[in-house]
Design a protein around this ligand. Structure first.
Ligand SMILES: [Zn+2]
Length: 416
């Protein structure tokens, strides 16, 4: 490594120490980095000059001169985050610590039309840019399908069939001079809940997403577990007994998603609509039923909708319970549209898990619903971009410049 980059790494290390709370005074930084006082003072001043660090108050001291405390200026830059699900798009702007500055949401059927969808997402980003008067330092994007993390491409997403091999990164890079990281949306929801969800306990977190599709995301040791190529957590296509004879969108028979996914529910409710006057009326008026219709009907006590929602929650819970036994997380979080399907479905999910989990895996297991109001995905997407920007190697690439603008290509090469 040449001299310049080792200096940049040292500089990045100083900023990261303050950013993550490892040291908050110049003497503490000297101690942590074993660098000389003069060098630390110079580098801290450089970081203050570009707006990444600031002096604020004095540390309480046990005799001697109190030290000025430093803090990271999260508002020095902004990250743009987007989540493209099968039926909705959310976009947000956050500061460099993942705090939401502004967000917008739109119902949108993305399944078969990547180009139009990306135009809509970009329109939301432009709207947010005008409203917040910010420019993106980086993009974090979540999509509702499997993503090869290194390249940022989708690979055979069953609920977004038109998106195979689409590069969201490539599309945004033609329009913005900023690095782009792409991940599966449920991985990012797990990351968002781990960092910002309540209560925050730092333990391994397994997030279950029940929505149009079903999926899971695992944060272990503070990092998303993606597996060898990014496919970890994709549990919608595990075979379940109740799926017998049901064809899934992926082409297989008997997948969990065909029973418990929103589209599977809508299909079954349409077949049996004669049993529910409420759903029958919607079907007659609109020609089709959506998972939201069934969720709302279930929450309002409709018998057929409740039966289907509870059955879906049960099947989901069976698979989730097995995974909990395998992973032994500290916290399990349930999120997604399933939360709008009423208390019966949610209670069935937890009950099934309790019946499934081993005594040891159940010990000290915290089970809760998501706590970020359906924003955990975009918050997680922002955190992904921040994590990547401030990874020690990445920081060395751009930090001498004061911002990552213009360094997208070398930063992408470091994504793994
Ligand atoms: Zn399937």
């Amino acid at each position: 490594m040449d001299r310049v980059s080792s200096q940049a790494l040292t500089y990045g290390q100083i900023i990261n120490l303050v950013r993550v709370g490892g040291a908050d005074t110049r003497p503490a930084i000297e101690q942590e980095t074993r660098l000389g006082r003069k060098l630390v003072a110079q580098r801290v001043q450089q970081a203050i000059d570009v707006g990444l660090l600031e002096d604020y108050d004095f540390a309480s001291s046990s005799g001697g001169r109190p030290s000025r405390r430093l803090r990271f200026r999260a508002a020095a830059g902004h990250v743009y985050a987007g989540v493209i699900g099968a039926t909705e798009i959310t976009a947000a702007v956050t500061t460099l610590d993942g705090q939401l500055v502004d967000s917008v949401h739109e119902d949108w059927d993305a399944a078969d039309r990547p180009q139009e969808t990306l135009e809509v997402l970009d329109g939301l980003f432009q709207k947010l840019a005008r409203r917040t008067k910010t420019v993106p330092w980086a993009f974090g994007i979540g999509v509702g399908g499997p993503v090869e993390f290194g390249s940022g491409r989708l690979v055979a997403p069953p609920i977004m069939p038109g998106w195979n091999d689409v590069s969201v990164r490539g599309w945004l890079r033609e329009r913005y001079d900023a690095p782009v990281w792409v991940d599966n949306d449920v991985n990012l929801m797990a990351l968002g809940e781990w960092h910002k969800g309540e209560p925050r306990d730092g333990r391994d977190l397994l997030y279950f997403f029940g929505d149009e599709g079903v999926g899971a995301g695992l944060v272990s040791g503070g990092a998303v577990f993606r597996g060898a190529s990014g496919a970890a957590g994709d549990l919608g296509h595990i075979q379940v007994a109740a799926g017998e004879n049901l064809v899934c969108r992926c082409g297989l028979v008997g997948c969990l998603e065909a029973v418990a996914g929103g589209w599977g529910l809508a299909r079954e409710a349409t077949r049996r609509a004669a049993e529910s006057p409420r759903l029958q009326a919607i079907l007659a008026a609109r020609g089709r039923l959506t998972s939201q219709d069934i969720g709302l009907a279930a929450a309002a006590g409709d018998e057929l909708a409740s039966e289907l929602a509870v059955r879906a929650a049960h099947e989901f819970g069976e698979v989730a319970g097995s995974l909990i036994n395998f992973v032994n997380p500290g916290t399990v979080v349930l999120g997604g549209g399933i939360l709008r399907a009423g208390d019966l479905a949610i209670a069935e999910f937890w009950k099934t898990i309790r019946n499934r989990t081993s005594v040891l895996a159940a010990r000290n297991l915290r089970m809760r619903t998501s706590s970020l109001g359906f924003r955990e995905g975009v918050i997680g997407a922002a955190l992904l971009a921040i994590e990547q920007l401030f990874a020690p190697g990445s920081l060395g690439v751009w930090i001498e410049n004061g911002s990552p603008t213009g360094f997208a290509a070398p930063l992408h090469r470091l994504a793994s």
